[in-house]
Design a protein. Structure first.
Length: 135
């Protein structure tokens, strides 16, 4: 629900979904936060280190918040291209970490692959922001 970036007191609908079939998803949430240039071993990183760093960057890209009404829509294009490539390879969705709250997000490519089991109305009772560099 954090991805909706609700204001204090906002109402949100939260649905529990059940897939109608077994789905294959690309899980890019492993090693979330590992930076390709900062966290790789100095010297000669292994192929596994490089691969983990690249997938971490893919996860970061999917997790980056985007507003439909701002200039960040252009930065959203690479993840859309990757998602389309995953879909063409037979995957049903992408699992990635949330940048705005705990847990993961699952983006399914086919909305008909799952059905709603339950819907509850939730209210945002708190919003927390933390800032670096502020005294």
């Amino acid at each position: 629900m954090a991805e909706m970036r609700p204001y204090l007191g906002a109402s949100l609908s939260l649905a529990t979904l059940q897939t109608d079939r077994e789905v294959r998803v690309v899980n890019v949430s492993v090693d979330h936060g590992k930076r390709l240039t900062r966290d790789l071993p100095l010297g000669n990183p292994t192929r596994e280190d490089i691969t983990a760093g690249i997938w971490s960057q893919v996860d970061q890209a999917f997790a980056e918040p985007v507003n439909a009404d701002d200039d960040s829509m252009a930065s959203y294009a690479p993840t859309q291209i990757m998602a389309e490539a995953f879909r063409r390879e037979g995957f049903d969705g992408v699992l990635y970490k949330s940048r705005l709250g705990p847990g993961c997000n699952l983006a399914l490519f086919d909305l008909d692959s799952a059905h709603v089991e339950e819907v509850v109305l939730c209210r945002a009772t708190g919003v927390e922001h933390k800032f670096a560099g502020y005294p």
